[in-house]
Design a binder for this molecule. Structure first.
Ligand code: SME
Length: 155
């Protein structure tokens, strides 16, 4: 993608406008997921998981892309569960190299998961699957962290 930074800056303006509009958060998360999938060519599946540090379980929330069988993921399992356990973003540029991985589709090559916090507690995650190998850079992580920081307080 030409000039990620410009694309991400423009998308962040649209995402903030979605979040600041009136209405419930769930359809807004759906709109954000769809926007990301439509506008970033290597974001092939974009979904939110909602989590809880007391149950240590993630549950699939709004997503854009093919349905997944991984609707409930315990902390520690897969890339999503590991990101929740570590409380940090987890970027895997080649999923064939990751043993603790839950496959959603044979087409997925890379995955980036960013935790969402509210009042210091994990309350969800933003998960991106890509059909391209080595698609992500720190710009993706920073962009997704901005989105998660904007969504978190509204959950
Ligand atoms: N691949 C993820 C599971 C969720 S799907 O990507 C939608 C994982 O390893 O946690």
């Amino acid at each position: 993608m030409e000039n990620k930074k410009e694309v991400f800056t423009a998308l962040m303006v649209e995402i903030n406008a979605i979040l600041e509009s009136s209405g419930r958060i769930t359809p807004k998360m759906q709109a954000i997921g769809q926007l990301l999938k439509d506008r970033v060519p290597y974001y092939d599946w974009v979904g939110f998981y909602l989590g809880d540090e007391s149950t240590r379980m993630l549950e699939l929330g709004p997503f854009a892309g093919e349905p997944t069988e991984h609707v409930k993921i315990p902390f520690g399992r897969g890339i999503c569960g590991q990101a929740a356990q570590r409380r940090e973003p987890f970027m895997i540029q080649d999923v064939s190299q990751e043993l603790n991985y839950l496959s959603c589709s044979v087409n997925v090559r890379a995955e980036l998961v960013v935790p969402i916090f509210k009042d210091g507690q994990i309350t969800g995650e933003l998960d991106i699957d890509s059909h391209t190998s080595w698609p992500f850079s720190d710009e993706d992580r920073v962009f997704l962290e901005q989105i998660c920081a904007a969504v978190g307080p509204r959950l």
